[in-house]
Design a binder for this molecule. Structure first.
Ligand SMILES: [Zn+2]
Length: 882
């Protein structure tokens, strides 16, 4: 609890630790409310600095005893509080410190440190959870070799796991208890420590690495759920192989284990050799998981596995370097998915996510650089900026250097920094060294927040056959950064000719080997020669840089050239999105002044062309048929936003598409029905995605036939993807079929918490005024639990993040409801409470009435004197003037 204004942690204050710890021997005796932890630490002074007291971090700890070199430490030699253990007269030589603490895992509602998920004991130590287990130098640059002995009642926890390889196990003679000893030979920071104990079932497999070593694989789940682990295991093996081929990275221990738990603050955690997962990202069967669930499982399994090298073998020097492991590992998992599925579809999906979350964050009060320089609570920096923009920054390095030099730079990074706690500078230096490039300007991507805005003017001179581009760049002010310096921006591009083909590129008669412009100045011009006809510009191909781009391109050029021909699939999709966005923005204005929204024949025709093009991937067509989201529209408007008008404009456009193209949509729906049993592969999933987009657009017409089709699909579905898609469609229509389907869904899946999460989330997203009362009632439903983060995210998270009109009710009741929930949750689970609170981050962009309501709710939360550091930090930054 906050008793004083918390002091920020600053990057510039970083100092190497005064002390280091070489080995950690843990002895953990599990007990539901009184687990004892004996930690034997080999401590030594770091270098030959002036003598300093040894100050170990703690959080909510109860000390039993402390011994130095085997002797009890006299009480005058140390000071112990719940959050610190200070050895005042520490000897300036290596010594052994033995600390005994006692923990209450059953009442650990923060889900940090050692806690219980159901009956299972598990840990979460990133970022600062290890200090809730024992007093420690809980910082990532203190790397130690861990040996962990665990003992427990055999009946309560027959399975005992920790990091590394199993060294010993057995019964404790004369008792009903048993033990296991795990040894991890790789030095690691404390945040990668993990321990699990419980009654778990497992699915086993093996993997032979590229050098021929056989690795045992095991996924642990609650008994009875083994048959839902096969896709996760298959994904793991594909990820292990891919990392060998794509990055030359081989797995290093004898065993790799994953444990799925039902209560987890995050998605999953890359603890060395023992990943702990939110079971949402492990458990899947055709009857319980959607295509989206399958692809998330594949991506998260890969992400955590890839951390073994980018995060575990090479870790972060301090938490400011979080993007060093997260941005890089997100980039790696995105590339994995692109190779496993469809590169174009993956890129479009990633950019949609980036714009929906990171661009919004970058434009609001919580904006921060990819590498922040100050934090009050590090848990609040596991953000879209660190993860997703961090991945874009790595992608830009690859675009600038090219494939071969990028790989050489990565190889050098692994060689040079293996076993170290590294910095962003050291990472980027590897690319500078292999390429000879000066990367200093590029480093601004790590230090400057805000989304760069690029404006392009072009002039074609037919007589000179030249094309001149004038390009300006600027980065908007963000909190703490009023002025910015120009960025180094790789802008991939092509010039599209009249026949839809790319024209050859030349500058001063010299051919360009590749279509990438490097922007480095606030204003720059580029002149292309030998341009035989007036081209259409295709800029930022593949979304080569995370920027906002303004190009004076007419609707006609967008339609006739880019939407129809662009060889770059991303820009083909973008062209249609841009047309739809222009139309939607105009219609928002029209609707707010009581006028009828406009239609656009050009857009309608472009959609028809895409729908009828059998050469296109169904997943791509599905993405193209989905207009920009309400959040996209709000972000584009940027100020005085009326969420009701954005919703209405989008709904009217979808209804218009449904009416205009009902015949071809219905035919496509039928054509995409796949015979035979469900398969989760990308092609089958793409066909279902397109089928279900057609279903949804047709239902937008409100015709009885279309609603009936959705209800029939709901009833007859033989897989969760089709059933949930039908329910998602019915969700938006106040018809008897909707009530019947929600009722039926609950009856079918009442015993399956992960499936019931979908039921909560869809009801919370109903765009109607009655939804708030429905959500309130659901918080009292037997299946809801405020102790479980997945339930909270499904119900409250969905309402606050996915229901733009009802969270942003003009009477402020949506804000008040979420604020009340946050205040109630905060003392129990501050991390999840803070996450919910970030739903308010765009409050300043709203129209006046809602803005005032949102501010009142924010100020009410801020006035609470017992807020956690997590929620206090989010609210203070959200309300700050800049
Ligand atoms: Zn990660």
């Amino acid at each position: 609890m906050r008793t004083e204004e918390p002091r920020p942690v600053r990057l510039e204050d970083y100092r190497p630790p005064d002390w280091v710890i070489g080995t950690v021997d843990l002895d953990v005796a599990l007990h539901p409310t009184a687990t004892t932890v004996r930690a034997k630490l080999a401590v030594r002074p770091n270098g030959s600095g002036a003598p300093a007291p040894l100050v170990l971090d703690g959080d909510d700890l109860t000390l039993r005893s402390v011994r130095l070199d085997g002797k009890p430490l006299p009480t005058e030699s140390f000071v112990a509080t719940p959050d610190r253990l200070t050895i005042t007269q520490a000897p300036q030589r290596p010594f052994e410190l033995e600390i005994e603490t006692v923990l209450d895992p059953s009442n650990n509602t923060k889900l940090m440190g050692l806690y219980r998920a159901g009956a299972t004991y598990c840990t979460q130590c990133e970022a600062e959870g290890f200090r809730r287990i024992t007093y420690f130098l809980d910082r990532p640059d203190v790397m130690a070799v861990y040996t962990t002995r665990i003992e427990a009642e055999k009946s309560e926890a027959p399975i005992l796991l920790s990091n590394g390889n199993l060294a010993a196990a057995g019964d404790i003679a004369g008792t009903s208890r048993h033990f296991a000893v795990w040894h991890d030979p790789f030095p690691k920071p404390s945040y990668l420590f993990a321990l699990v104990g419980g009654n778990l079932a497992s699915v086993g497999d093996s993997f032979t690495t590229m050098s021929g070593r056989k690795v045992r694989l095991a996924i642990y789940v609650e008994p009875g759920k083994e048959d839902r682990c096969h896709y996760a295991m298959d994904s793991l093996k594909r990820a292990m192989r891919w990392d060998e081929v794509a990055f030359g990275r081989e797995y290093d221990l004898d065993i790799f284990m994953i444990v799925a738990v039902s209560a987890f603050n995050m998605g999953a955690m890359e603890n060395k050799g023992l990943n702990v997962f939110n079971d949402k990202f492990i458990l899947a069967s055709p009857a319980t998981a959607t295509d989206g669930d399958y692809s998330s499982i594949e991506a998260v399994i890969a992400h955590e596995y890839f951390h073994n090298w980018t995060g575990d073998r090479i870790t972060c020097r301090d938490w400011f370097q979080l993007c060093l492991k997260e941005g890089l590992t997100v980039f790696r998992d995105q590339e994995f998915t692109a190779d496993q599925r469809s590169r174009a579809v993956e890129r479009i999906s990633d950019v949609r996510g980036l714009r929906a979350h990171q661009f919004v964050e970058d434009a609001g009060p919580l904006a921060h650089p990819v590498r922040p320089t100050l934090y009050h609570e590090i848990n609040n920096f596991y953000t879209a900026t660190v993860y997703e923009k961090g991945a874009e920054v790595v992608r830009m390095i690859k675009t600038l250097l090219g494939e071969a030099a990028f790989r050489a730079g990565m190889d050098l990074y692994f060689k040079r920094h293996d076993g170290q706690a590294a910095t962003v500078e050291q990472f980027v230096q590897c690319f500078a060294d292999v390429s000879g490039r000066d990367m200093r300007q590029f480093m601004r991507w790590y230090s400057q927040a805000g989304t760069p805005e690029i404006k392009v003017e072009s002039r074609y001179d037919p007589a000179a056959r030249s094309l001149r581009l004038e390009i300006t760049q600027s980065v908007p002010p963000t909190p703490g950064q009023p002025t910015k310096q120009p960025m180094l921006i790789p802008l991939a591009f092509g010039l599209v000719g009249g026949n839809g083909e790319d024209l050859p590129l030349a500058v001063d008669g010299r051919p360009l080997s590749r279509g990438v412009l490097e922007l480095t100045e606030p204003q720059q011009s580029f002149v292309f020669t030998s341009v035989t006809e007036r081209p259409v510009l295709s800029l930022n191909r593949g979304f080569s840089a995370p920027i906002k781009l303004t190009v004076p391109i007419g609707a006609d050029d967008l339609l006739r050239f880019l939407a129809a021909h662009d060889s770059d699939a991303f820009n083909r999709w973008q062209a249609i999105q841009s047309l739809a966005m222009t139309l939607l923005l105009g219609n928002v204005v029209a609707l707010r002044s009581g006028e009828e929204p406009r239609l656009d024949d050009g857009l309608m025709n472009a959609l028809e062309t895409v729908l009828k093009d059998r050469a296109l991937e169904p997943a791509f067509v599905a993405l193209t048929l989905s207009p920009p989201s309400e959040a996209d529209i709000a972000r584009e408007i940027g100020r005085d936003v009326d969420p009701d008008a954005a919703f209405a404009a989008r709904r009217r456009l979808r209804a218009a598409i449904g009416r205009r193209h009902s015949a071809v949509l219905a035919a496509t729906y039928e054509r995409m029905i796949t015979a035979g049993p469900y398969r989760p592969d990308a092609q089958s999933a793409g066909r279902r995605a397109l089928k279900n987009v057609c279903l949804d657009l047709l239902a937008m017409t409100e015709s009885d036939a279309a609603i009936g089709r959705a209800f029939a699909q709901y009833q007859n579905a033989d897989n969760m993807t089709d059933r949930v898609a039908a329910l998602d469609t019915l969700m938006a229509h106040d018809r008897p079929e909707r009530a019947a389907a929600f009722e039926d869904f609950y009856q079918r899946y009442a015993d399956d918490p992960l499936v019931i999460d979908k039921w909560f989330a869809l009801q919370a997203a109903i765009p109607e005024p009655a939804t708030l009362d429905r959500v309130r009632a659901l918080t009292r439903h037997a299946a809801f639990s405020a102790a479980n983060p997945n339930r909270i995210r499904a119900l409250i998270g969905s309402f606050a993040q996915a229901n733009q009109t009802q969270f942003n009710r003009s009477d402020g009741a949506g804000y008040n409801f979420v604020a009340d929930f946050v205040l109630e949750l905060d003392p129990k689970n501050p991390q999840v409470a803070a996450r919910l609170m970030s739903a308010f981050r765009s409050w300043r962009t709203l129209e006046a009435r809602r803005r005032a309501q949102a501010e009142a709710s924010l100020r009410r939360v801020a006035a609470n004197t017992t807020l956690s550091r997590d929620v206090h930090d989010i609210v203070a930054r959200t309300l700050a003037d800049k």
